[in-house]
Design a protein around this ligand. Structure first.
Ligand code: DAH
Length: 360
């Protein structure tokens, strides 16, 4: 190798060794192999060499190019590995750092209330039954002993859908009670179910929404009587509101699907809106909270269940209503307006467990 070539080799090797990052490395590569690099220039000038030297110098230049190219590449791999090692060392995770506070969502009070209802009745042995939002006229009314032209139909402000064929038009279910029918048609007693779900009535003001939620219950067995109904609902109401001595009153009423029928009132203070027994500052008022009764024999018969063998009771209540009472809300509309401030205020932590008998 001629002196100029061995000088180029040594200088390039020294420069590569001195390059401690990929930028410096790239400068060496360009200065050697780039378009105006030193080796490139020597290759270009090969034609100017005297013809008798050309072949030997050409071979030497090619060898030098191969060896420098290999060294430059090897140095690149070395430097890349060093950079990766440095990065891994610098980015090491510190698991002892506290987490950054993070925006979290919350559980909607309706969902939370339905979970609480399910937890309490679940502990009493009830399963959850479901049905569709669009019901036939028969399921929503007739099977529940509300035939066509029955005055109770007029109370419901029903949303009707287009009729199909000769059948009465389907409806958006006005109550969760049709799921009682679906359950009894699908299986034999004994039955213990609750239904929590959406219901619809053409009604809209501070305490009514065209879409709302109900909770329904159905318990069928041999030898059930009014005492079972009363015990079940008293336990539920005291557990749900977390007031162990909450006064509960059963008042005779009328529903087509129960006989006898009863409305249930709880004790509250008309002036303060507080629930509970009467205290030194008043109370002693009653607030209607739900409907109930012994399942009408005709409803059982409509579902192929013999009322001489099986009896039971049922109840129904508004989910929004009991949620509002429990949490001191006065207006139902914000439940469905998705105002993030309201949701933050009334929402529940997703980490808070649903207690069975909160506070009771
Ligand atoms: N379905 C009734 C309503 O929407 C509530 C109800 C009352 C349901 C009494 C029942 C019951 O199961 O027994 O007003």
């Amino acid at each position: 190798m001629t002196d100029d070539l061995s000088a180029l080799q040594h200088e390039t090797e020294a420069a590569l060794a001195a390059a401690t990052d990929l930028r410096a490395w790239d400068a060496v590569r360009v200065a050697t192999l780039g378009r105006s690099g030193r080796l490139t220039a020597l290759l270009r000038d090969l034609g100017k060499a005297p013809p008798e030297q050309r072949r030997e110098r050409g071979a030497a230049l090619n060898r030098l190019r191969d060896s420098l190219t290999a060294r430059i590449e090897a140095r690149r791999l070395e430097l890349e590995e060093e950079e990766l090692d440095a990065r891994l060392a610098a980015e090491r995770l510190d698991p002892t750092l506290p987490p950054r506070p993070r925006e979290t969502g919350s559980i909607h009070p309706i969902s939370r209330t339905m979970e609480e209802i399910a937890a309490i009745f679940g502990a009493m042995g009830c399963e959850i039954a479901e049905g569709p939002d669009i019901e036939s006229d028969w399921m929503n009314f007739s099977a529940l002993n509300i035939p066509a032209h029955h005055p109770a139909r007029a109370d419901h402000d029903t949303f009707y859908l287009p009729a199909q064929g000769n059948l009465p038009p389907p409806v958006l279910r006005t109550q969760t009670s049709p799921v009682q029918i679906r359950t009894m048609l699908a299986r034999q007693p004994p039955i213990r179910v609750i239904v929590v779900g959406r219901t619809y009535r053409a009604d809209h003001d501070a305490t009514h929404s065209p879409m709302f939620h109900q909770c329904e219950g159905l318990v069928l067995d041999r030898d059930l009587h009014l005492g079972h109904l009363k015990g079940t609902l008293i336990d539920f109401l005291r557990g749900f509101f977390g007031i162990a001595d909450l006064p509960v009153r059963f008042r005779s009423s009328y529903f087509p699907f129960t006989e006898p029928s009863m409305e249930v009132d709880i004790g509250w203070n008309r002036r303060t809106g507080e629930l509970g027994p009467s205290g030194p500052d008043g109370g002693g008022d009653w607030l209607e909270i739900l409907g109930s009764g012994m399942v009408h024999p005709r409803v059982l018969a409509n579902c192929g269940i013999d009322p001489r063998d099986w009896q039971g009771f049922a109840w129904g209540m508004g989910v929004e209503r009991i949620a509002m009472l429990k949490h001191g809300m006065t207006d139902l509309r914000p439940f469905f307006e998705s105002d993030i401030r309201w949701l933050r205020h009334y929402g529940f932590s997703s980490l808070a467990p649903t207690m069975l008998h909160e506070g009771a």
